[in-house]
Design a binder for this molecule. Structure first.
Ligand SMILES: NC(=O)c1ccc[n+]([C@@H]2O[C@H](COP(=O)([O-])OP(=O)(O)OC[C@H]3O[C@@H](n4cnc5c(N)ncnc54)[C@H](O)[C@@H]3O)[C@@H](O)[C@H]2O)c1
Length: 285
């Protein structure tokens, strides 16, 4: 199988824009597909912003020139057949809904060339939930980016029992060549490696706070000093965003999660304190 050179990203929202720009910055030919011209305008603006962020964050090799050149590696399309016609790899980053993803894969199955690999960036669905809609379970897997891909540059690669090992390695290589650190999962796992570790930590921190055992500063300080980690769980909450934390809690069947959702709403969301994005959350920024 030849190396992946041409990438198409489906859905150009928060993650899709970052996935497209990260690959473009590393020299890949990228097509960014979304449903409407308005969505494409949003993606253009997000990627133009990323060009400045890469320079400001001192990403290796990022200059005004290289980050502007990366923007030229991205073509935009609202026509799915056109967008995928020459893709070696399609990364799907549409909303986290089984129905939306299913409908898209069913179209994609017939429109994409037979050799094209499909990867989902889904955070909560397993690739097994989607593989039967792709028409090519052997060429389908999950490639999971973290938000702020230029800094938090893990790429978790997770196949199903149907994924061809050659395809899996091609995607691992693509991740590496696009400036990411591939994290190879040997089997499917909800939450991948990262969220399997992170979610229990965040939940335990919430429980300590709600039970009145310790305040956020004390809990964070304990974690930082005793483990050497740079940030504690409430600092991480602020980066993730308290609206996202609230949405996760509301949707969770776990005992205690509704109390946590209520706490976040009353003390933070309703006061416009959403974390680092708004300058205030558990901490002031
Ligand atoms: N936001 C995160 O921090 C994060 C991190 C890792 C993974 N993810 C995953 O990435 C995926 C996208 O999340 P997001 O936060 O970027 O969402 P988002 O809502 O910011 O963007 C979704 C984009 O998909 C577009 N879209 C909707 N239906 C479409 C369709 N049928 N075809 C093409 N485009 C369509 C929307 O117009 C929008 O631009 C989800 O599966 C999510 O689980 C998100």
């Amino acid at each position: 199988m030849h190396d992946i050179q041409k990438l198409t990203v489906l859905g150009t929202g928060v993650l899709g824009s970052q996935i497209a720009y990260q690959a473009a910055f590393h020299g890949f030919d990228v097509v960014a597909y979304d449903l409407t011209n308005d969505a494409i305008d949003g993606a253009r603006a997000r990627m133009a912003k990323l060009a400045t962020v890469y320079v400001a964050d001192e990403v290796a090799g990022a200059t005004d020139k290289t980050t502007a050149a990366a923007l030229d590696n991205v073509r935009y399309s609202t026509d799915l057949a056109d967008a995928v016609s020459r893709a070696d790899l399609v990364v799907e980053a549409v909303p986290e809904s089984l129905e939306i993803k299913r409908a898209l894969y069913e179209k994609l199955a017939t429109l994409a060339p037979a050799g094209t690999i499909f990867a989902t960036n889904s955070s909560t669905l397993l690739p097994s939930d989607l593989k039967n809609f792709t028409g090519r379970p052997d060429r389908f897997l999950a490639l999971h980016y973290a938000n702020n891909v230029w800094r938090q540059n893990t790429a978790e690669v997770m196949g199903t029992t149907d994924t061809d090992p050659v395809v899996y390695q091609a995607v691992v290589n693509f991740a590496r060549r696009s400036g990411l650190v591939p994290i190879e999962l040997k089997k499917e796992k909800a939450g991948y490696v990262l969220n399997s570790l992170l979610v229990p930590l965040l939940n335990a921190a919430a429980e300590l706070l709600l039970e009145g055992v310790a305040d956020p500063e004390t809990i964070d300080k304990t974690w930082r000093i005793a483990t050497g980690a740079p940030a504690g769980p409430f600092q991480i909450y602020d980066v993730i965003g308290l609206k996202t934390a609230y949405n996760v809690a509301v949707a969770s069947p776990e005992p205690g999660s509704q109390a946590w959702a209520g706490y976040l709403k009353a003390n933070y969301i309703d006061k416009g304190k959403l974390g680092t994005a708004t300058g205030e959350g558990f901490y002031n920024y």
